[in-house]
Design a protein around this ligand. Structure first.
Ligand SMILES: [Zn+2]
Length: 363
């Protein structure tokens, strides 16, 4: 064996040694990222073994220097080794590339037999659930849903509602004033005024919304809470209509056996005024549930719910409505208390803490 032949033999052996780990590659179950890394290494190996500066490229240059009678045999030897190297690398690259494209297809394939993944869609807040139930009932009775701004002028918050200058509700320890003459509304009755000004009479509206009062948060108070207020103004509206409407609503909410009662009260914006209660939905007014004192009504059989009355003539006048021609009733109540009673929530602060573990219970 000539010196040149030994050199070519060495090139071949060096290649086979370097290629060994690719020859031993087990593609079965090889991860996509691993296969991509091996392919990159194989491409680097190709440059080292067949590139311009590779040993085999150097050997090609030797052909011309070999004695003429040996040149043909030597040339064939060099070419066969070069072919072997390139062919071996080609074959390995095809195997790796096929494996990579198969692995990519597998990744992108949709397995229709897998159980569906349920998207986290979220759901309604318990206050919203209750508000929508009540809205549905009143809309069915011909009421329109109204809302308006939460920052109100003193005029809409107090004056137009017949709340006198010296009334304690106007004091800054009860109301959140923003700048002089403006405050966060302390009741949704402000919407009555705006709606009557805008729509005129006759009118039937339900106004749900947030209201704000300077209360220290505790189990039954929060400085922001939700009120729902109803207003009906037309010719010939009486206290009987008020009682009939509230009773019908509560029957539709809690069942046909629900009884309501009205107790005389005082509010500046209604005259006469009454608070209304309804027979407890849990114990059906007996005060006893599962032979124990009923919790929602504290054993009284009645649940105190809200305030109501005939719209004060001064309020109608503020809205440009003639109280000698038109009359109306209004009622309002807090949604938090009703929600707490319905869902057996002992601390209304839970409703505003946005703890998903709490909120998830109400669907
Ligand atoms: Zn009860």
């Amino acid at each position: 064996m000539s010196e040149e032949e030994r050199q070519i033999q060495g090139i071949r052996e060096a290649f086979e040694q370097e290629f060994e780990r690719f020859a031993a590659l087990n593609l079965d179950g090889m991860a996509l990222s691993d296969a991509e890394a091996r392919l990159q290494e194989l491409r680097e190996l190709r440059i080292r073994q067949t590139g311009k500066r590779s040993a085999i490229a150097g050997a090609m240059k030797l052909i011309g220097r070999v004695a003429p009678h040996e040149r043909s045999a030597f040339g064939q030897l060099v070419q066969s080794v070069e072919k072997l190297i390139a062919g071996t690398i080609d074959a390995a690259e095809i195997l790796l590339s096929d494996h990579i494209s198969a692995a990519r297809t597998e990744l992108e394939r949709l397995d229709v037999t897998l159980p569906g993944r349920r998207p986290r869609t979220g759901h309604l807040h318990p206050i919203t659930i209750l508000r929508q139930r009540i809205e549905d009932i009143f809309v069915a009775m011909g009421y329109a849903i109204e809302d308006d701004r939460e920052i109100e002028t003193d005029y809409y918050n107090f004056d137009a509602l017949n709340i006198p200058e010296a009334h304690p509700a106007r004091e800054s320890q009860d109301t959140f004033y923003t700048t002089k003459g403006f405050a966060l509304r302390s009741q949704t009755s402000t919407v009555q005024i705006r709606a009557m000004e805008r729509r005129g009479v006759p009118i039937r509206i339900l106004a749900p919304g947030r209201v704000f009062r300077r209360d220290t948060p505790d189990m039954t108070h929060t400085p922001m809470f939700h009120q729902l207020e109803g207003l009906c103004v037309d010719k010939g509206i009486t206290m009987g209509h008020l009682k009939g409407t509230v009773t019908e609503w509560l029957k539709r909410m809690y069942g046909p056996d629900t009884v309501t009662r009205f107790r005389p009260s005082y509010f500046p914006f209604t005259e006469p005024s009454a608070e209304f209660d309804f027979s407890c939905f849990k114990c059906a007014g007996t005060g006893v549930f599962e032979s124990e004192r009923c919790r929602p009504c504290k054993g009284s059989g009645w649940i105190e719910l809200g305030g109501s009355g005939m719209v004060h003539p001064n309020v109608l006048r503020s809205c440009g409505v003639d109280p000698t021609v038109y009359s109306g009733f209004a009622f309002g109540f807090g949604l938090e208390r009703m929600t707490a009673l319905m869902y057996n929530i002992d601390d209304i602060r839970h409703m505003f803490e946005n703890d998903v573990r709490f909120l998830e219970q109400f669907r």
